[in-house]
Design a protein around this ligand. Structure first.
Ligand code: BGC
Length: 518
């Protein structure tokens, strides 16, 4: 969940920790086991909290450490685990470390960051580009003439992970939160921490002239020297040992498209425990890519992938997959397929309602990706609009006149109150899927066997006596069943489907969970 947009407990228009605590029962009803909170730390908010100014606090806009303790205690009482976001690649430019590094170049803090002299022409020392647009090098605000590296905004200077003092700082930060009772850490941009020690230029694949969109700019280069350096994994082996004593989970945001490279970050359980597979949240409805990507990542890292099709950085899958009920069905179909693949399954807040993108007036956009790159992209605000709880003012998110991110109200049928208890609603279907996952523990304990042998778009696997099948095609397809009597325990389209003889017809773009009839 995105604390800014989940629930506002104190009525100031900004989501906060007490709001989250008050809404935990919704998560329990839905049947989730754990919640991941994106950053709530003190932050000037240039990247809405991913620019951390103090790793051991709570931003006053979201509450206090006391509110955090209450949240954790209540979550644990309800049987929910709490995973917090840790942002190790960069700090905020307002962090005392960076302030000191700029104010006093002879201070030990200077070496917490990555400084280089300018190129011979006086420009940036290296051709690496920022994920948020433009060069990833900014001039020292202290006027030394040097540049510092920032893979994201200039207000997010990158830490130097070759400096042992930085490693020690983060050991202490992780320990601080473990001792406060957190159950795990989602590691932001885990594959970018260490950089090429010589800062060589990345090979350029095509011209950057006229390229406005940050993602397109990023794709103009082969990222050989800025991300995914082998030395990254050593950081997480160290963290793995550190959190082991607390039983905490390491969950990595590792943005790689090569399943074998991603598997290095697990190091067979000795580094990051679970890593997100981040391509699906970027995809439109592309059945072949979905099929090959999901299969490839499952085979390379069985049991270690964190599966999701939605997150706080991507347009919502219901919209990307075509919008309307068709987009929503496709979204739940892929989620159903992912539900039994092992590892972890994540839902992004509002996904359980089948939400499409929020509608925001251009002047109300806040994401730096859109505000700093005019005309480039709609940015991430569309997925971050406040959670719609009911059909009251601001859909029950806040009692303030206006939410921090102003969007068109949601239809009453798209709210929690409008779907709770309504047979066949998207909320009830998601809940049913999660209940089923608990009722059939073989979905995560028994060995997984892929059953689809042809090159079609029907993806099918079996775990113990449970069969999960997803038809990504726009035509119905027939699935032959093993001998025995079978029945459908779940269908993403909420229809009634039963086998005929020794086969079952799987409707277009629908997933079924098939179990032995009792
Ligand atoms: C987070 C983004 C954030 C970026 C910089 C990520 O990948 O998910 O929301 O803007 O890291 O911290």
């Amino acid at each position: 969940m995105y604390p800014r947009s989940f629930a506002d407990g104190d009525g100031d228009g900004m989501g906060d920790l007490s709001g989250i605590t008050g809404r935990l029962p919704h998560l329990v009803d839905l049947g989730v086991d754990a919640v991941w909170l994106t950053p709530f730390y003190p932050s000037p908010g240039f990247d809405h909290g991913y620019d951390v100014a103090d790793y051991r606090g709570v931003d006053p806009a979201h509450g206090s450490l006391d509110h955090f303790d209450v949240l954790v205690t209540e979550a644990h009482r309800l049987g929910l685990r709490v995973i917090i976001d840790i942002v190790p690649n960069h700090t905020s430019s307002h962090h005392p470390w960076f302030r000191e590094a700029v104010a006093d170049p002879s201070s030990p803090r200077r070496d917490y960051y990555l400084w280089r002299d300018p190129a011979p022409d006086g420009g940036p020392p290296h051709n690496v580009v920022s994920f948020f647009g433009g060069s990833a090098w900014a001039p020292d605000p202290g006027g030394s003439g040097q540049y510092y590296c920032h893979l994201f905004l200039p207000e997010q200077p990158d830490l130097d992970w070759s400096n042992p003092a930085v490693l020690d700082e983060f050991d202490a930060i992780l320990t601080f939160w473990c001792e406060r009772g957190v159950d795990g850490f989602r590691i932001d941009v885990a594959n970018s921490l260490t950089k090429d020690p010589w800062f060589r230029d990345n090979p350029q694949l095509r011209t950057t002239e006229g390229v406005a969109d940050p993602i397109d700019l990023f794709l103009c280069f082969e990222h050989r020297y800025d991300i995914d350096q082998n030395s990254n994994v050593a950081v997480f082996r160290r963290w793995n040992r550190l959190v082991a004593g607390h039983g905490a989970l390491l969950l990595g945001e590792v943005g790689l498209v090569d399943p074998v490279r991603l598997a290095r970050y697990h190091d067979q359980g000795a580094a990051i425990h679970r890593t997100f597979y981040l391509e699906p949240p970027g995809w439109r409805w592309e059945p072949l890519r979905l099929r090959d990507g999901i299969r490839g990542f499952h085979l390379a890292s069985p049991g270690s992938v964190a599966w999701t099709i939605d997150n706080h950085d991507s347009a919502r899958s219901a919209s990307r997959f075509g919008g309307g009920d068709r987009g929503r069905l496709r979204s739940l179909t892929v989620t159903t397929l992912m539900a039994g693949l092992g590892g972890m399954l994540f839902l992004w807040q509002g996904q359980e309602l089948g939400l499409e993108n929020g509608v925001i007036a251009p002047e109300d956009l806040t994401d730096p990706i859109s505000t700093r790159n005019p005309g480039a992209t709609a940015g991430r605000d569309v997925t971050r609009t406040p959670m719609p709880w009911d059909d009251g003012p601001n859909n029950g998110f806040t009692t303030a006149g206006r939410a921090w991110l102003h969007a068109q109200p949601r239809d009453p049928a798209d709210t929690v109150a409008g779907q709770r208890g309504v047979e066949g609603s998207w909320l009830e279907r998601h809940r049913r899927l999660l209940v089923l996952r608990r009722e059939h523990p073989e979905l995560w304990t028994e060995p997984l066997q892929w059953l689809d042998t042809d090159a079609g778009l029907l993806m099918t696997y079996r775990r113990g006596d449970t069969i999960v099948t997803a038809n990504l095609d726009e035509y119905p397809t027939t699935l032959p069943l093993p001998p025995g009597a079978w029945t459908v325990a779940f269908s993403s389209d909420n229809g009634t489907h039963e086998p005929t003889g020794s086969a079952i017809e799987v409707p277009p773009e629908t997933a079924l969970v098939v179990v032995p009839s009792t």
